[in-house]
Design a protein around this ligand. Structure first.
Ligand code: NAD
Ligand code: LMR
Length: 329
């Protein structure tokens, strides 16, 4: 057994939290030899509900759960933390875009960024799930100037998984047989689900499904899946979001599958695929398993994908302008 690591989950009493915590405690993220101390951060009105979740965690008797901290104080919630899942934020309702949440949710990530800067462990890594995830990650990163930029990410793994599933259904192939799916850009309706690199063995997926289905059905279905779920459930995705967060951090911590990559929204320095500098942008990434990632280089992009990447990048620049007063420096 390794020494325990500290894992912070914000919004721990919410619906994603209710799926996520149990799977982290079960070892699904960091593996069967890695004990965890769960540091659960919430807001005062729901601390009683959080106590209930903690009682349930206790009642699972997870061997890997070596401690719990329940708090509404960010300085306590992030104290010494190694991995942070920033879920705590308000979800959208039917008819809203995720960016409509910016003024309500953005400020949450100012205080949390500052707290992480002050008290988190030196090897801190952060995944932002709360929407609009890419811009919230930028806010947190910018308020934690002592933490390297490559420690911050936002979640487009759910979109990546949705894309795999849509393609698998169309081609009648198991999701595990695909390689090289990409989601480019923002976790918003401008995201760019790209199957032009996807293969099943030596077969190119785009040749099997045809361009018409790809553009007219696949792309809009993946991009609007979050809204479709809100419409159907009356609440935004929860278990699938928790599952995607688990996949994202699992692969970042333990390594991506050999011969494949995953989609992660990470800091764009302006040198990759036309994405603008200074935003958190979804790219294909490979993780060796030591907590680092590399953006996959030198993919050839079709002109239409390049155009869509530009549109999504421009949207992120607009979101950044809206939150300019929340960015440090
Ligand atoms: P929820 O309302 O069920 O839970 C959110 C929780 O966050 C609540 O318990 C609330 O008390 C808490 N919270 C609010 N402000 C907080 C703060 N300052 N500190 C700590 N906790 C705080 O919502 P949910 O369904 O769990 O969704 C959470 C967020 O994740 C939403 O913004 C949603 O849109 C987003 N989301 C993102 C993706 C993605 O793919 N990136 C997928 C699904 C949901
Ligand atoms: C999703 O993609 O399911 C989440 O971002 C929730 C939403 O608002 O769509």
């Amino acid at each position: 057994m390794n020494d325990p690591i500290r894992v912070t989950v914000t919004g721990a009493a919410g619906q994603i939290g209710y799926s996520l915590l149990f799977r982290i405690a079960n070892g699904d993220v960091f593996g069967p030899k890695q004990p965890v101390i769960l540091q659960m951060l919430e807001i005062p009105p729901v601390m009683a509900a959080l106590e209930g979740t903690a009682m349930e965690l206790e009642d699972c008797a997870f061997p890997l759960l070596h401690g719990m901290v329940l708090t509404d104080d960010a300085m306590v919630g992030f104290d010494g933390t190694n991995w942070a899942f920033l879920v705590g934020a308000f979800p959208r309702k039917a008819g809203m875009e995720r960016s409509d949440l910016i003024s309500r949710n953005g400020p949450i990530f100012v205080g949390q960024g500052k707290a992480m800067n002050a008290v988190a462990a030196d090897d801190l890594r952060v995944l932002v799930v709360g929407n609009p995830a890419n811009t919230n990650a930028l806010i947190a990163m910018s308020n934690a100037p002592d933490v390297p930029k490559d420690r911050f990410s936002a979640m487009t793994r759910l979109d990546h998984n949705r894309a795999l599933n849509q393609l698998a259904k169309k081609m009648d192939v198991n999701v595990a047989d695909f390689r090289h799916m990409v989601i480019w850009g923002n976790h918003s309706s401008t995201m760019v689900p790209d199957i032009t690199h996807v293969r099943v063995g030596r077969r190119k997926a785009i040749n099997a499904v045809g361009k018409r289905w790809y553009k007219k059905e696949f792309m809009p279905t993946v991009a609007r899946r979050g809204s479709a779920i809100i419409q159907a459930r009356g609440a935004s995705s929860a278990a699938s979001a928790a599952n995607a967060a688990i996949g994202h951090i699992h692969d970042w911590a333990q390594g991506t599958r050999k011969g494949d990559w995953v989609s992660m929204s990470v800091y764009s320095d302006g040198t990759h695929y036309g994405a603008p500098k200074g935003v958190i942008f979804s790219f294909p990434c490979v993780c060796p398993g030591d907590g680092s990632y590399q953006i996959v280089e030198d993919l050839e992009l079709q002109d239409e994908i390049k155009t869509r990447i530009q549109v999504s990048g421009e949207e992120l620049l607009k979101e950044r302008a809206v939150v300019a007063d929340l960015l440090n420096g």
